[in-house]
Write a protein that binds this ligand. Structure first.
Ligand SMILES: [Zn+2]
Length: 92
């Protein structure tokens, strides 16, 4: 990855970023891009919410033995409605 990754690189590496598979330097460049690029911020936010929702669903499924599709849709809606711009690293 170059010093400043392109939007394409950001989307390509997004899951690596979320999975902490980037080097500290790559993470720094990634975050720098996100600071400056609203499109990638949106992309990341969406991806992050999707991953978090899927993890939550998996946990609930494990706990209750249910995989009700309606519940999944509700969770996704709830998360989509949550206020933007308040996501910090430690508010999960
Ligand atoms: Zn971008």
């Amino acid at each position: 990855m170059k010093m400043m990754p392109s939007c394409r690189e950001i989307t390509e590496r997004a899951s690596d970023y979320l999975d902490q598979n980037l080097s500290p330097w790559q993470r720094a460049a990634f975050r720098m891009h996100l600071l400056m690029c609203v499109y990638c911020r949106r992309h990341m936010k969406h991806l992050d919410l999707t991953v978090a929702t899927l993890a939550r669903i998996a946990a609930e499924k494990k706990a209750r033995g249910s995989d009700d599709i309606q519940r999944i849709v509700e969770l996704l809606k709830q998360q989509a409605d949550s206020p933007a711009g308040q996501k910090g690293e430690d508010c999960r």
